[in-house]
Design a protein around this ligand. Structure first.
Ligand code: ADP
Length: 220
């Protein structure tokens, strides 16, 4: 799955943000978008996900599938993610738009709850979960509908070290399964988990290339 952004422009109100930006994200498994706070990382991710609308320009997806790929988006704060009253409904939510039959859907939800360790708490509110569990539920809810691209905005910022390690393991597993991951991070060590790095500065691309090239550049 490669993504081509052609001459994209976007602004919040009358502030100038992205202006005629070109960017090509090659067909790689895991891309990190990095850069200082306020550099435009979340805005770029939301434009790719279609959450924000371009003012002009085009975003093209090249994959073996036709049309716009299915994109899962995980917000920085898991509390912004959840809109349902129970864990099971949160997982079912993303399936409801897929037109899956009720009986089939119940089976898929039950399997997903089991896979992510939520079987005993399926009726509980997502608010009853710890930070790490919320992150896991956000992942379970997004992945249940088999997106081709998963975009995550600083997914580890609310996690302690134990939950972070578990999260990194999950990411490695997903990478191996063939999911394309776009991940916003400004943690230096998290860049090592990626194949490709995009660094933004003031809504412009400061670097776009292979991870090793990025790291070598930083060491110079
Ligand atoms: P980053 O993810 O790199 O921290 P963002 O894309 O979230 O950067 O935001 C970059 C800048 O865009 C912010 O500093 C702010 O000036 C502006 N911005 C972001 N979201 C909004 C919004 N909803 N309304 C107005 N301005 C915004």
């Amino acid at each position: 799955m490669s993504i081509i952004l052609k001459g994209i422009s976007f602004n919040y109100g009358n502030k100038k943000n992205f202006s005629n930006l070109d960017l090509e994200i090659p067909d790689l498994r895991c891309v990190v978008i990095t850069g200082k706070c306020g550099s435009g990382k979340t805005t770029l991710a939301k434009l790719i996900a279609g959450i924000l609308e371009l003012k002009s320009g085009e975003i093209m997806f090249h994959s073996k599938y036709k049309g716009r790929p299915k994109i899962g988006y995980i917000f920085q704060n898991p509390d912004d993610q959840f809109i349902q009253l129970s864990i099971e409904k949160e997982i079912a939510f993303n399936l409801e738009n897929d037109g899956i039959e009720m009986v089939e859907m119940e089976k898929i939800v039950t399997d997903q709850l089991k896979k992510y360790g939520f079987s005993n708490r399926r009726k509980d509110s997502p608010n009853s979960l710890s930070g790490g569990e919320k992150q896991k539920l956000a992942l379970a809810g997004m992945l249940v509908s088999n997106p081709e691209i998963l975009i995550m905005d600083e997914p580890t910022s609310f996690l302690d070290i134990v939950d972070r390690v578990e999260f990194y393991e999950n990411i490695r597993k997903l990478q191996k399964e063939g999911l394309s991951i776009i991940w916003i991070s400004h943690e230096e060590d998290e860049i090592y988990l990626s194949d490709y790095v995009i660094e933004l500065e003031n809504f412009q691309v400061k670097f776009s290339g292979e991870r090793d090239e990025y790291i070598c550049g930083r060491l110079k």
